[in-house]
Design a binder for this molecule. Structure first.
Ligand SMILES: [Zn+2]
Length: 394
């Protein structure tokens, strides 16, 4: 099994509805793993495959491939995109990274306040200033996706458009009066201003999405066959929406350095509070996609604890998320799931002495993901995210 980046280049706008009701046609701004899997399965069947053949099982049976969520990326796709953690803060007045190369995006800077939040928990008050150094306005959570580059950060978002339609009268076949509806779609092109040596350089770029997963050689060649020409994803395909071109490339696995992160985090805490953290080795686990966790009575669980001795929870910054689903094969709604939202952050403390054992355990968890429906993109995590220790941009 090797690690691959799956990229989708938009050839037309796409529509991925946030929920099932057609009267609230809000689009998601990413491509869920379940949507990607459904589109590939449909294509496999359309090319003459059957749910009984070996290649179908190799690609789509339970536990075969964890289809990742694809997050918006710029055209260069220099990095795999990620969700910004809920601890990312920026100026209320002029939000955005200060040192980004995208001129349109330059803001007053972005910081991470996980260490601040911990200080508030332990000391009862915020110790660092919670306002923008440039304009003195309050700081706000800075949500969305970014390019995961600490040195050259950029926010990567989608442009959402409204597609308008008229209703057709069933008797006359002409435009019906008083029937007019709109759908939200993700635009296939974005206008962007990139800082270059020659000065301002305004241009359009094609919207890309990307995400990563592990594939065997067999699975890779089957998926490459399915993506040799365009693939149709999302809704309203009969209106020409949802055409994408997939490409798959081997990429480096994400890694982390537990002892190094622990030291950096403690230094950051020390710098803002002038006091030391209680003994222990600290590490963070972030949700890179929504995670559906159940307790032993199969009830939704809003907490996550690694199954390793001598670990205790220190802090969590989480949000809930309702997950709606649609089973294309059955043409029926799947039951709703309650998940913990992507962007959520858990901080833990380890007081044992087996750091290398813990590292091995966390590496395994990082690779496998947590909770249910992992094969549809849920439960992806990152361990010891450097955003918490290194993002100093404000
Ligand atoms: Zn400001």
């Amino acid at each position: 099994m090797k690690y691959y980046k799956i990229s989708a280049k938009l050839l037309s706008p796409i529509m991925i509805q946030e929920n099932r009701q057609s009267n609230t046609p809000k689009s998601l701004s990413h491509i869920p793993g379940s949507t990607l899997r459904g589109a590939l399965a449909m294509k496999h069947l359309r090319l003459g495959g059957s749910p009984k053949d070996d290649s179908f099982k190799d690609l789509f049976s339970f536990g075969s491939i964890n289809y990742p969520n694809l997050y918006p990326a710029d055209e260069q796709e220099s990095n795999v995109s990620a969700i910004l953690p809920f601890t990312a803060l920026s100026c209320k007045n002029n939000s955005g990274f200060k040192r980004t190369n995208y001129e349109d995006q330059v803001g007053h800077g972005v910081n991470d306040d996980l260490a601040d939040k911990l200080a508030k928990r332990l000391l009862g008050k915020y110790v660092s200033a919670h306002f923008c150094k440039k304009c003195r306005q309050d700081l706000r959570v800075f949500p969305g996706f970014w390019n995961r580059s600490i040195n050259n950060p950029a926010k990567v978002d989608t442009v959402l458009l409204f597609a308008r339609h008229t209703g057709i009268d069933r008797h006359t076949g002409t435009v019906a009066s008083n029937i007019f509806f709109t759908n939200q779609v993700i635009a296939d092109l974005q206008k962007v201003s990139i800082k270059t040596n020659q000065g301002k350089n305004k241009e359009f770029y094609t919207q890309h999405f990307n995400g990563c997963t592990y594939l065997s050689e067999e699975q890779l060649s089957l998926l490459q066959n399915l993506s040799s020409d365009s693939l149709f994803i999302g809704r309203n395909k009969s209106r020409g929406l949802g055409e994408v071109k997939l490409s798959i490339q081997e990429t480096e696995e994400t890694s982390f350095d537990l002892p190094k992160w622990d030291v950096s985090f403690k230094q950051k805490y020390q710098a803002i509070t002038k006091s030391n953290l209680p003994e222990g080795i600290y590490f963070s686990i972030n949700l890179e996609s929504h995670a559906i966790l159940l307790d032993k009575f199969l009830r939704p669980m809003y907490d996550f604890n690694p199954d390793f001795p001598e670990i205790s929870p220190v802090l969590k910054i989480i949000k809930m998320q309702k997950i709606k689903g649609w089973n294309n094969a059955w043409k029926l709604a799947k039951s709703d799931d309650i998940a913990i939202s992507m962007g959520s952050v858990f901080l833990f403390k380890y007081v044992g002495s087996d750091v290398s054992g813990l590292t091995v355990y966390l590496k395994k968890l990082n690779k496998s993901g947590i909770g249910l429906r992992i094969d549809e993109g849920f439960g992806q995590i990152s361990v010891c995210n450097s955003f918490h220790t290194e993002m100093e941009d404000l």
